[in-house]
Structures are given as structure tokens and as C-alpha cells.
Design a protein around this ligand. Structure first.
Ligand code: AMP
Length: 409
């Protein structure tokens, strides 16, 4: 089945046309500067790639997500730049949705009731949900007869038990506002943990820690193939230090800084999401490549920022091993996890008490590889792998499953 996977941001729309029969990405691309009003240089832009053969970039006005979707469809069906003959060959659309709130965890077919419920999720993810809705409405306008499915970043974590998802605040706030741990990066944790289970040759009885380390980072404990805990919480702000997000800090720091700096709640939110993490500590950059370069040049704050992240991930691996009563495998994935061998080394150093031993030479060479690579030594009790994530594949398969069931009904 040809599934168009859509990831709509506030001014962007990332897409992939994925064929679930052949596992091939037929085309992919990115629309940027959507809705920026036609100011010079930012009137809308599409980067479009087909099967490694076509690679083009065009400036095209994109006043809204519906226009951007129309342009994507035009590109996909273009006689020269396309890969399908007409729009009917797009058999389904799968949307990546950051937060399903208390309404959704499983992927769901879009209808009016689903859209109304997603609108109620705006409070949970005010930056992400409105653009998701624009993307859904844009696709509904351009492809009214094509089934649309929502796949939630929170979905994989639905199996987390109560003691891991209820916060120790008055219970009534869980009931009143649904404040609980939801967890994010679910499609990534699902994909890499399933790949790891294939490598281990079993799902039942497996105990895996998946470390998704990118601009946003989260760690998950996956037991018997199911998520049982994760570091992100009510929002993607909790957990380990990230590119610009603070991760978990003493909650008293929040009110302390607000008082001292005269910050409004909105300003504090922006501060914790945009000015902390790797960027805040290093005062250099949120990008780990810049930090590794600065470390080589002897910058101590850059080293500290990366050491904090490594130390926190190490602690989560230990904590989740305790939570699962053991550990079979650790997986590193996403931009930093897949490409930065130095942080993998910092994390895995002195972990032999847990049975983790990595081969530093193999680890060092593991960069930009398309497939899973084992970086643990032959005698390491715990397998350590680098597995490139593939969130689009999970979205495409979930979408195809739901649409196939619809056809059977
Ligand atoms: P993501 O959010 O998964 O796209 O990851 C972004 C992070 O991955 C940034 O901190 C980048 O520095 C890091 N990253 C991406 N590609 C590479 C690479 N080739 N080498 C080292 N780090 C990389």
C-alpha cells in the first residue's frame, strides 16, 4: 500500500511516500516557510527527492498547509519529478501526532469526532497540535476520499503501569486535568525495540533499554516488547538534558528563577524549552557536532554539557535495569545516538558491573550506517546496538493496518 506519511509543524510539512508492500520510500521531502505571507526569500519552499534520482528545491508560495499539501501531491504525480501517475495511487495518509492526551493512544482513523477530540488535546501540546490539525485539514481538503490515520508519539507508552505514570501530586489533578506521564518518541522506541527483539530472536522475556538521543532525547524501558517506563513525562520537557530543553530539574528552581528574573509562566516555559540543555550549559550550541568540536578545542563547558547528558543516560540505564530486574540489550538511536560515538563511549564506560562492555574500535567506526550494528564485545552479557530509527515506517505500517482492516469490514 502506498502511504503518504505526513509530519506537519507550524510552518513546515515533512512527507514520505512509503510503499508498505516493498518497504521502499518512493519519494520524500519537506515544505518550509508555510504561511509566512510571501515575504521575499521566505514565500514557501519545497525540497523533493525521488528514489535518489530526483533532488530538487523550488520556491513556491504556500500560504497554508492545504496549499502545501496540494503542492506535495503535484510533485508526487508530476510527469517529470513524480513517482506515481495520479493522486488515487496514494492509498492512505498517516499523520505523526505528538500528543494523544487522554483520548488516544492507539492509532486511529480520522473522522469528525477524532478531529474534535484532537482539538481538545491542544492544551497538552500547544506548539504541536494546531499545526497537526492544519496538516490533517489540508490533506482532507486535497484528498477528501483518501483515508487518513493518526499515529501518536505517546502510543507506545500506553502499557506503562500506574506507579510509573502517576505523579506524586494530589490525585485529583490527574482526574481533573489528566496530568500523568504520557511519554514521547513512541514510534522510535517501538521501532528500535522491535528490531532489537528480532536480533535477540524473541520478544517474551526480553528486557531492553532504548536511548533515543537527538535534539530531543528520551529513554525507555521495554519489557516483553512493551513500554513499561520512559523518561519524558506529561510533556517532552521531562527526563534527560536535551538540545535546548532542561529535562528534569528540581521543581523549586522553576519558581526560584521566575521570582528572581521576573519571568511570566509563558517566559519560563520558553526558557526551559529553548534556552537550557546542551545550549544552556555549553553556551556554545544545541548541536552535539558543534560541542564535540568545541571539546576538541578545549572548551570545558562544552565537555560538561555532553558529560551531563551521558551521565543522565547512564543513570536511566541503571534505573531501568532495576525496574525490569535485568537487562538484555541497550539500543542507541536518533541523530546523536546513531552518529556520536564519543557519547556512546562516555555512557558505556564503567558499566561492566551491569554486564555492558563495548568494543571501542567498532563503536568508533559506527557512523551513518543504514543497518543495526552491534557495538558490544563478544563477552558482553548485555548486547549494545546502534539501530537507525525509522519512525515513518511505523506510521506507514500502522496506517496500512488500519486501512486494510477497514477494507475487510
Ligand atoms: P535529531 O533530532 O534526531 O535529528 O538529532 C539531532 C542531533 O543529532 C544534533 O545534536 C546533531 O548534532 C546530531 N547529529 C546528527 N547527525 C550527526 C552526525 N553525522 N554526527 C554527529 N552528530 C550528528
Amino acid at each position: 500500500m502506498n502511504v503518504l506519511v505526513v509530519n506537519a509543524g507550524s510552518s513546515s510539512l515533512k512527507y514520505q511516500l512509503f510503499d508498505t508492500n516493498t518497504n521502499i520510500v518512493k519519494a520524500k521531502g519537506l515544505c518550509e516557510y508555510i504561511g509566512s505571507g510571501g515575504t521575499a526569500g521566505t514565500e514557501g519552499n519545497i525540497k523533493h527527492k525521488v528514489n535518489g534520482k530526483i533532488n530538487l528545491e523550488r520556491a513556491i508560495p504556500m500560504p497554508n498547509h492545504a496549499v502545501a499539501t496540494g503542492i506535495v501531491v503535484e510533485m508526487l504525480t508530476h510527469h517529470e519529478f513524480g513517482c506515481i501517475k495520479n493522486m488515487d495511487e496514494i492509498e492512505a495518509v498517516g499523520h505523526r501526532i505528538v500528543h494523544g492526551g487522554s483520548y488516544f493512544s492507539d492509532s486511529v482513523l480520522v473522522n469528525d469526532d477524532v478531529v474534535a477530540k484532537l482539538e481538545k488535546c491542544i492544551d497538552f501540546a500547544p506548539l504541536h497540535t494546531p499545526p497537526h490539525l492544519m496538516g490533517i485539514r489540508g490533506c482532507m481538503e486535497v484528498m477528501p476520499d483518501t483515508p487518513q490515520v493518526l499515529v501518536f508519539d505517546t502510543g507506545f507508552h500506553k502499557s506503562i503501569p500506574e506507579e510509573a505514570y502517576i505523579y506524586p501530586i494530589p490525585y485529583k489533578y490527574y482526574e481533573k486535568y489528566q496530568i500523568r506521564r504520557y511519554g514521547f518518541h513512541g514510534t522510535s522506541h517501538k521501532y528500535v525495540s522491535q528490531e532489537m527483539c528480532k536480533i535477540l530472536g524473541r520478544t517474551e522475556g526480553t528486557k531492553i533499554v532504548t536511548c533515543h538521543m537527538g535534539n530531543g532525547s528520551s529513554v525507555a524501558a521495554v519489557k516483553d516488547g512493551k513500554g513499561i517506563d520512559t523518561s519524558m513525562g506529561f510533556t517532552p520537557l521531562e527526563g534527560v538534558s536535551m538540545g535546548t530543553r532542561s529535562g528534569s530539574i528540581d521543581p523549586a528552581i522553576v519558581t526560584f528563577i521566575m521570582k528572581k528574573e521576573n519571568f511570566t509562566p509563558q517566559r519560563m516555559d520558553e526558557f526551559m524549552n529553548k534556552e537550557c540543555g546542551l545550549l544552556g550549559v555549553s553556551e556554545v550550541s544545541n548541536d552535539s557536532r558543534d560541542l564535540e568540536k568545541a571539546i576538541k578545542e578545549g572548551n570545558p563547558k562544552a565537555l560538561l554539557a555532553m558529560n551531563i547528558l551521558a551521565y543522565q543516560i547512564k543513570k536511566y540505564i541503571g534505573a531501568y535495569s532495576a525496574a525490569m530486574n535485568g537487562l538484555d540489550a541497550v539500543v542507541f538511536t536518533a541523530g546523536i545516538g546513531e552518529n556520536n560515538y564519543l557519547i556512546r563511549e562516555r555512557i558505556c564506560r564503567d558499566m561492566d558491573y551491569l554486564g555492558i562492555k563495548i568494543d571501542e574500535k567498532i563503536n568508533e567506526k559506527t557512523l551513518l550506517l543504514p543497518n543495526a550494528v552491534e557495538i558490544s564485545t563478544g563477552d558482553s552479557k548485555v548486547k549494545v546496538y546502534v539501530i537507525p530509527t525509522n519512525e515513518e515506517l511505523v506510521i506507514a505500517y500502522d496506517t496500512a493496518d488500519i486501512v486494510n482492516n477497514l477494507i475487510k469490514m
